[in-house]
Design a protein around this ligand. Structure first.
Ligand code: PLP
Length: 430
């Protein structure tokens, strides 16, 4: 049942001659699962179409942003209208204020916030603000959490880096990485001990409250609460990197679901509605340090871009309707049941985790609490499973350490088809 990938393969050959690895972001290259990537022609709703005319039910959703499904008519129409008014002005627009207010309403902990162009920019800028505010240099991150590719954050950074076995990237000066302290996720004792030793030199802790960049790892009960308490005690800024979990775990993100108020929050992915956007924000006294209110510099030629703001606003308008999350959660739950059931019937040992609309199936019979647990799962079996699913018209992320995503556009028929494909694929990889 091999896929016809003729045009994709030709394009990949051509792409590799001019783009590193043929791709503009590493995990897209399918290195972890073998074979060569699909080149995409278009996407609509829950479906994505490659240049060879194959159709797939898409659970990658541009790595999270397309929560309404692809090419949502309301978003497309708003973008068409916005394009005619001009695509960039380098000056403030009403759209930026509108989206910022929508975001703050959903994330009240972001008292003041700024738009940037990617999640990477958001985390990099939030950390700069935290360091500027506390006048401390050290930061703490957790193994398997990815916070974008800024220098100093590429230490034990989950999916992309883990997939390629490059825990720390060459090109990052040792002096930068030295200020990044790394601990295992879900281990409160380790964090407490670190703080007892050197808490007063730590500017901030940055964390994915649910780790989507090692699959989907949930916080143990009390873990996030513990981090909140200890950081407060030592005057450490707690940054929730909700670039993935934002509007995914719930409308108000992981902070709403777990009832934790971080000092700062980073967003991206969903708030751009498929266009390049990030945002960072938090307590007013920290955010007032940002230029031109304060001395911490951060800027962007295209930041707050009118098209990106428009896509974000339209997306949040639909997401904020009363019934939307009920539907999203019901679909996600139905997929969970279907995938678990398929694995059970095929008699393949898996662990499935879900946080709202993001999920992951690990090929293991042990519970997953941190990155080293995830790293011990059967990635070769996942790679085979991935290929079998693709052949059956289901597009999963091409790595065992990535989350899958549900959209509003996925139908019960999509879920049924996915369940059948999963059962056959589980059977085939045993
Ligand atoms: C995707 C992601 C980022 C990086 O965002 P980009 O827009 O790819 O730069 C940062 N943090 C988390 C948690 C992410 O999932």
């Amino acid at each position: 049942m091999a896929l016809n990938q003729k045009k994709s393969n030709e394009l990949f050959k051509k792409a590799k001659r001019i783009i590193p690895g043929g791709v503009n972001s590493p995990v897209r290259a399918f290195k972890a699962v073998g074979g060569s990537p699909l080149f995409i022609e278009s996407a609509k709703g829950s479906k994505i179409y490659d240049v060879d005319g194959n159709e797939y039910i898409d659970y990658v959703l541009s790595w999270g942003p397309m929560i309404l499904g692809h090419s949502h008519p309301a978003v497309v129409k708003a973008l068409q209208k916005a394009t005619e008014k001009g695509t960039s002005f380098g000056a403030p627009t009403p759209l930026e204020v509108e989206l910022a207010e929508m975001v703050r309403k959903a994330y009240p902990s972001m008292e003041i916030l700024r738009m940037v162009n990617s999640g990477t920019e958001a985390t990099m800028s939030a950390i700069r603000a935290a360091r500027g505010f506390t006048e401390r240099d050290k930061i703490v991150k957790f193994e398997g959490c990815y916070h974008g590719h800024a220098d100093g954050l590429l230490v034990k950074a989950g999916s992309g880096a883990a997939t390629f076995g490059v825990p720390t990237s060459p090109g990052v000066p040792k002096d930068y990485a030295r200020n990044t302290l790394t601990l295992p996720y879900n281990d409160l004792k380790a964090f407490k001990q670190l703080c007892e030793k050197t808490g007063k030199s730590i500017a901030c802790v940055i964390i994915e409250p649910v780790v989507g960049n090692s699959g989907c790892i949930l916080p143990r009960p009390g873990y996030l609460e513990g981090l909140r308490k200890i950081t407060q005690k030592y005057g450490i800024i707690l940054i929730f990197d909700e670039v993935m979990t934002g509007f995914r775990v719930s409308y108000g993100g992981a902070q709403k679901a777990f009832r934790i108020k971080p000092d700062m929050t980073c967003l991206g992915k969903v708030i751009g509605g498929g266009l390049p956007v990030g945002a960072y924000g938090g307590r007013e006294e920290i955010m007032r340090k940002i230029a031109p209110d304060g001395p911490v510099y951060q800027a962007g030629t295209l930041s707050g871009n009118p098209l990106a703001m428009t896509a974000g606003i339209e997306t949040l308008k639909i997401l904020s309707k009363p019934d939307t999350y009920k539907q999203l959660m019901a679909k996600s739950k139905a997929l969970e049941e279907a995938l678990k059931d398929a694995a059970r019937r095929a008699d393949v040992k898996t662990k499935f985790y879900r946080a709202g609309t993001m999920f992951c199936t690990y090929f293991t019979d042990k519970e997953i609490y941190n990155f080293s647990d995830a790293a011990k799962t059967d990635t070769a079996m996942f790679a085979k499973f991935f290929r079998k699913m693709l052949e059956r018209g289901v597009n999963l992320a091409p790595s065992a350490f990535e989350a899958g995503f549900m959209s509003l556009a996925h139908s019960q028929a999509d879920i049924n088809k996915t369940a059948r494909a999963a059962y056959e694929s589980f059977k085939a990889v045993k």
